[in-house]
Design a protein around this ligand. Structure first.
Ligand code: SAM
Ligand code: SF4
Ligand code: SF4
Length: 341
């Protein structure tokens, strides 16, 4: 086992998010609010052998956790085969998946059979009409059916909720009760000004402090749990013993402990969600680079990493959407749904 590789801020290369597609079957207002999108060319997407090679190379450099994401990862045909392929890599301790749940009903069993154990489902509301307004699709019932199917298949479930002021902030408590009823841990996410969030406004962010006030009002004392490590969520325990998390990327960025990087479905590697530039791994992969050459490329880039995007954003006095829609059309890699949340 080799020593971890550290970046300029002493952060080890630890977790990798692999986006398997930039396509999505929802249009969440905080992620894909525009009418039209420029998509990655299909022929440019890495195939499963290429994705598995990328995963292996990263794992040989210290990555021990992989999360498959998108866009909507369940739109990628044959995804369980990729899960099985990644789990064959002895150096990868954990493969997880983040999904909007729409297609989970039909795929949960196959994913579990492929060896997946943990899944995160994004769920922002319990109200079907509100879901439709928020995502522009009438798919709420399928998401709930997908969560049931995941439970039935024995997958450990986490729920992620982006909290938006005057949109779903009245559901903090109902969502916590729902999560408890299905034995899932819920994590509230502050609305982030990432690429793609062209409607972001500071006033729409419901902060960690506000969330905690509302939870205390409903349940009483909330005990912070220690030992967050490099995980983005701070976790808290309710008097019932159930726990929940808050990802406070806007008001309390956690860049100093961030060991995550992201690969897009077409093989661009980004050291940070906010990074302006990435490294073109596909060009190297398809250009005949050897494993040694690729590992050297990754190692050199990680050692130079100095990104702390959310921290830098937090220092801005007048914070607005990160990137205007016109610029996003010039480079889809700047989109959250391409980069993989
Ligand atoms: N489509 C899948 C899903 O929604 O779970 C996976 C990709 S999505 C980009 C991953 C996560 O990013 C989701 O939990 C979503 O809520 C979150 N996300 C997207 N835009 C966000 C924003 N502006 N602020 C905070 N979280 C965001
Ligand atoms: Fe919503 Fe995820 Fe699709 Fe973004 S990628 S629009 S968060 S479902
Ligand atoms: Fe990591 Fe960048 Fe997010 Fe900070 S903003 S936590 S460095 S991905």
């Amino acid at each position: 086992m080799r020593a971890p590789i550290h970046d300029t801020l002493g952060r080890p290369l630890g977790a990798l998010r692999m986006s398997v597609t930039d396509r999505c079957n929802l249009r969440c207002s905080y992620c894909m609010p525009e009418d039209d999108y420029v998509w990655l060319p299909r022929e440019g997407l890495l195939d499963f052998d290429e994705l598995a090679r990328v995963a292996r190379l990263f794992s040989e450099l210290g990555v021990d956790r992989i999360r498959l994401t998108g866009g909507e990862p369940l739109l990628r045909r044959g995804l369980p085969d990729l899960v099985a392929k990644l789990l064959l890599l002895e150096t990868i301790g954990e493969v997880a998946l983040t999904t909007n749940g729409v297609l989970l009903d039909s795929q949960a069993a196959a994913l579990a059979a492929a060896g997946l154990r943990r899944i995160t489902v994004s769920l922002d509301t319990l109200d079907p009409a509100r879901f439709q307004r928020l995502t522009r699709k009438d798919e709420h019932a399928r998401v709930l059916a997908g969560i049931d199917a995941a439970r039935g298949a024995g997958l450990a479930i986490k729920l992620d909720t982006v909290v938006l002021r005057d949109v779903n902030d009245d559901e903090i408590i109902p969502l916590l009760r729902y999560a408890a009823s299905i034995g899932a841990e819920l994590r509230f996410i502050e609305y982030m000004d990432v690429g793609g969030a062209t409607r972001w406004r500071r006033a729409s962010v419901v902060t960690r402090e506000e969330i905690l006030v509302r939870v205390r009002e409903a349940f009483g004392a909330v005990e912070p749990l220690s030992g967050r490590g490099s995980a983005p969520a701070e976790t808290y325990r309710l008097p019932s013993g159930a726990s929940f998390g808050v990802i406070a990327s806007v008001t309390a960025p956690f860049c100093r402990a961030c060991d995550r990087s992201r690969v897009t479905a077409d093989g661009m590697w980004y050291p940070c969600l906010y990074a302006a530039r990435g490294l073109d791994l596909k060009a190297a992969l398809r250009g005949g680079a050897t494993d040694d050459m690729l590992r050297a490329l990754l190692e050199t880039a990680w050692r130079k990493r100095d990104d702390r995007g959310a921290e830098v954003r937090a220092l801005l006095p007048d914070r607005e959407a990160l990137i205007p829609a016109s610029a996003l059309r010039g480079d889809p890699h700047l989109e959250m749904h391409t980069r993989g949340g």
